[in-house]
Design a protein around this ligand. Structure first.
Ligand code: CDP
Ligand code: CDP
Length: 220
């Protein structure tokens, strides 16, 4: 039996993972897993249920039965569209809090692996190459300076009409990075075999080309 290949893209917030992963998936005709969305959905579902983000057993139960659906660009929670709601800085913060709980990560593991389907998968997150798909053919670690990343988030928010300031965004980003890097389960770190791509001075097209180059070399 032939198993579908996996391209794992990990990195800190606003390094360009989602954008690059989506373009690579479109180019190759692969499926796509935005693993961060699952943690954001878990944080939002907990908030709606009145469950504290620190309550490990209760949040893990929510994650295990997450009533989420992905319909192209639309993300639904219990049938309600939450595509915008999960992208707030607050849900990013909540996602990073629930993501530090081992039982929550365990509850989402099988669900993430089930996205590996023919003809292939592009998965982005923090532990795609280290924990969820350790056997992935291609592993890429995207990064960029905190300043470059805060500026990108700022532009994204302004483009959506959301008022934002760089300084608090930079501070939130640094706090979330520190929490994601310091946690004991599946911390954000580059696997030895992952290709390091610093996008501070790279265009999206250049980053996409580098990932496609890796795919061409390793996936047959
Ligand atoms: O998924 P992640 O949080 O890592 O980042 P993203 O949402 O894909 O990218 C954040 C923003 O940076 C987007 O608006 C991208 O268009 C932009 N970007 C960029 O300016 N240059 C790159 N090389 C990659 C992304
Ligand atoms: O878009 P951005 O990179 O800011 O965040 P995201 O990829 O949507 O992830 C939100 C949060 O979920 C991160 O800060 C991580 O704490 C957590 N996460 C994780 O722990 N493991 C993953 N595979 C993906 C996200």
């Amino acid at each position: 039996e032939v198993t579908a290949p996996v391209i794992a893209i990990d990195g800190p917030s606003a390094s360009g993972k989602g954008t690059v992963a989506a373009r690579v998936a479109t180019t190759l005709g692969y499926h796509m897993l935005d693993s961060g969305a699952l943690y954001r959905l878990t944080a939002l579902a907990a908030r709606k249920a009145g469950v504290a983000w620190e309550d490990e057993a209760a949040v893990a139960a929510i994650a295990a039965a997450l009533p989420a659906e992905f319909e192209g660009e639309r993300i639904l929670l219990s049938g309600e569209e939450v595509s915008e709601a999960i992208r707030s800085e607050e849900m990013g913060d909540g996602a990073s809090k629930v993501a530090a709980l081992p039982a929550v990560r365990a509850a989402l593991l099988a669900r993430q692996r089930a996205y590996r389907r023919w003809p292939g998968l592009v998965a982005d997150g923090r532990d795609m190459g280290s924990v969820v798909f350790p056997w992935a053919e291609c592993k890429v670690f995207l990064t960029a300076s905190a300043e470059a990343r805060a500026e990108r988030r700022h532009k994204q928010l302004i483009a959506k009409g959301v008022p934002a300031k760089i300084t608090p965004l930079l501070q939130d980003l640094r706090e979330r990075d520190a929490r994601d890097t310091a946690r004991s389960v599946a911390p954000l770190q580059k696997c030895a075999e992952a290709e390091l791509l610093d996008t501070s001075n790279l265009s999206i097209e250049q980053a996409v080309a580098a990932v496609l180059g890796c795919a061409r070399e390793r996936i047959h």
